[in-house]
Design a binder for this molecule. Structure first.
Ligand code: MG
Length: 335
């Protein structure tokens, strides 16, 4: 069986408009062939569920950069199709959400999901740290930086909407954090001078201060350094995303995918994973899959962190959902 793990922002969703329209027919083909498409995103559970509804997706999903894995629990759930270990009847031959003998299965997978808690209509595998613990570290960050650091928790829904280019109802869903706090470092001239050079990113996407002879730490780079060391004291991490820095408890997309892959591998034979992403926070995901693919950024380029850090990366020079569609058609031999 094949499973597709995909990023959302800038990959399945257009970076500016959040539209998946160019990928609609490719999504339908995956559905028709019973190929699970697993969303693996920095978005919150509430936002991800919105896009699952819009795309008719009924498969597990990974939120907040690997903060948690959600697996549909039933009672009516779609099951992945593929050759099941132990010669059991293929789930695709079963009626929706029923085992061969008519009994309700445990959920999306045949066996119970280990170390999971029931949350609504899903099983949740929690990998990140609690939001309350993250907010306590945010408070220390704020006081250590003279209030220059501001997270989603400090912003109104209107401000989040403006900063992200989201509609208000979407911004409201983006604020429902569980495992990760996006934050900005204010660059107001009365607070922090604009950085004279960009903050460098290491392959894990974490902020580093500029290097090189004569390089001086810019105010923003110094703030990032301070944030990194304060976060580290509590075993937390600061990662650079497209629009924001993120404070989180050390989980990443790769660790979350590996947990989910164990469940697929435990149940299905000839399992293959495909990963599709566009940016540095997808690096751990693309390193974890059998077939890593990247779509172009809006300017047509491949993210340099992915190009350098993912052996055998397949790069598609079309951006976002157009590139996504090309990858799926190539995968299915229909393009
Ligand atoms: Mg992305």
């Amino acid at each position: 069986m094949r499973v597709i793990f995909t990023d959302l922002d800038g990959t399945l969703l257009d970076a500016a408009t959040y539209s998946f329209e160019p990928a609609r027919s490719a999504l339908l083909q995956c559905r028709a062939k019973g190929i699970p498409v697993v969303f693996c995103t920095s978005k919150t559970r509430a936002e991800t569920e919105h896009f699952r509804r819009l795309t008719g997706n009924e498969h597990p999903f990974i939120v907040e950069n690997g903060g948690a894995v959600y697996v549909p629990a039933g009672p009516l759930v779609v099951r992945p199709s593929g050759r099941v270990r132990g010669g059991e009847t293929s789930p695709e031959e079963r009626p929706h959400g029923r085992t061969a003998n008519g009994a309700a299965p445990h959920g999306y997978f045949r066996d119970p999901v280990p170390s999971a808690e029931r949350v609504g209509d899903c099983w949740r595998i929690r990998l990140g740290k609690d939001y309350a613990a993250i907010l306590r570290v945010m408070e220390r960050l704020k006081s250590a930086t003279g209030g220059a650091v501001r997270g989603f928790h400090d912003m109104t829904v209107e401000e989040i909407a403006t900063r992200c280019g989201l509609a208000l109802d979407q911004a409201r869903l983006a604020r429902e954090r569980e495992f990760d706090e996006p934050f900005v470092i204010e660059r107001d001239s009365d607070r922090v001078a604009p950085a004279r050079r960009p903050v460098r990113r290491n392959p894990q996407g974490e902020g580093e201060s500029p290097e090189g002879e004569g390089a001086e730490a810019t105010p923003e780079a110094a703030m990032v350094q301070k944030a990194l060391s304060i976060a580290a004291e509590d075993g937390m991490h600061v990662t650079a995303g497209g629009r924001f820095h993120h404070l989180h408890g050390g989980s990443d997309k790769g660790a979350a995918i590996r947990r989910l892959m164990e469940l697929y591998r435990g149940e299905f034979e000839d399992y293959t994973s495909i990963g599709i992403g566009d940016a540095a926070n997808d690096l751990p995901m693309l390193q974890a899959v059998d077939r890593p693919c990247a779509v172009a950024r809006p300017d047509g380029a491949c993210d340099p962190v992915l190009r350098a850090g993912v052996p055998g990366l397949e790069f598609i020079p079309d951006p976002g959902p157009r590139g996504w569609s090309v990858i799926i058609h190539r995968l299915l031999g229909t393009g």
